[in-house]
Design a protein around this ligand. Structure first.
Ligand code: SF4
Length: 247
């Protein structure tokens, strides 16, 4: 659910999401702040590559916008933390999760995260009340991870995978592992086998295989064909696996 970066509101949508249904997006970041600069990012290049957590939008402003939204608009099925960057970089994410749960207990909360801050126990604790977490992991090999995700210096897959496993120990909501497939980079048998082996350890509630839908940050990133995606799905046949092709 990419944004252009010109918005003055932190809410976007509701949109009919391919994966989540009728979803209202909550973007807590200053566009575009992320720990990664993914080659496939449909928001474009990362301008603030950082792992420093900070408050970008005051908690009260977000809550006020939600209050205003619910006065005039139809109820969405889910409220989703996502947008132009990595939501866990927002230092007030945990406070917002608690407050939204208190004010709007009937809504499901979802978090899309690139998983890079999950090694941080504080971040893991903050996100436990979220109903659906969709963490992404696109590569286990550092070389492939660097090619696709172009991380901040020092970020490597191993601690991220450990963070995911730690999260799973205490998390009682729905955990759906997202793997974004970039043809020619992480769609080889060896990399996919490593991802499958990690998924066997993690035991997510489902796997979402994703592919380019709109133009990515780099023109060389192409969508996956239906035929290849079906083959990749076979590799993850022991899991509850869905895939999403270019519309
Ligand atoms: S993690 Fe998400 S927001 Fe950040 S660069 Fe990658 S795709 Fe874009």
């Amino acid at each position: 659910m990419p944004r252009s970066g010109n918005e003055t509101t932190c809410l976007f949508g509701p949109v009919r999401s391919r994966r989540l249904g009728h979803s209202l997006g909550i973007d807590l970041l200053k566009f575009k702040t992320c720990t990664l600069d993914c080659a496939f990012c449909e928001c474009g290049r990362t301008t603030q590559l950082t792992d420093t957590r900070q408050v970008f939008i005051p908690t009260e402003k977000v809550l006020q916008e939600l209050d205003n939204f619910f006065v005039t608009q139809d109820a969405p099925e889910v409220l989703t933390f996502s947008g132009g960057g990595e939501p866990t970089l927002a230092k007030n994410l945990g406070a917002l999760i608690r407050q939204i749960k208190r004010r709007y207990p009937s809504y499901k909360l979802c978090l899309l995260t690139n998983s890079t801050l999950l090694p941080n126990p504080q971040v893991r604790a903050e996100i436990l009340p979220v109903d659906i977490i969709i963490p992404s992991l696109n590569a286990v090999s550092p070389k492939t991870f660097n090619q696709i995700n172009r991380p901040l210096d020092g970020l490597t897959p191993a601690p991220i995978m450990d963070g995911l496993l730690e999260l799973k120990k205490n998390y009682t909501g729905q955990l759906l592992l997202e793997i974004f497939i970039v043809p020619g980079v992480n769609d080889g048998e060896a990399e996919l086998a490593k991802l499958r082996d990690f998924a066997a350890q993690l035991q997510p509630d489902g796997i979402q295989l994703n592919s380019l839908d709109r133009r990515g940050a780099e023109a060389w990133v192409q969508p996956v064909s239906a035929e290849n995606m079906q083959k990749i799905k076979e590799i993850f046949k022991d899991f509850n696996t869905n895939y999403y092709l270019k519309r």
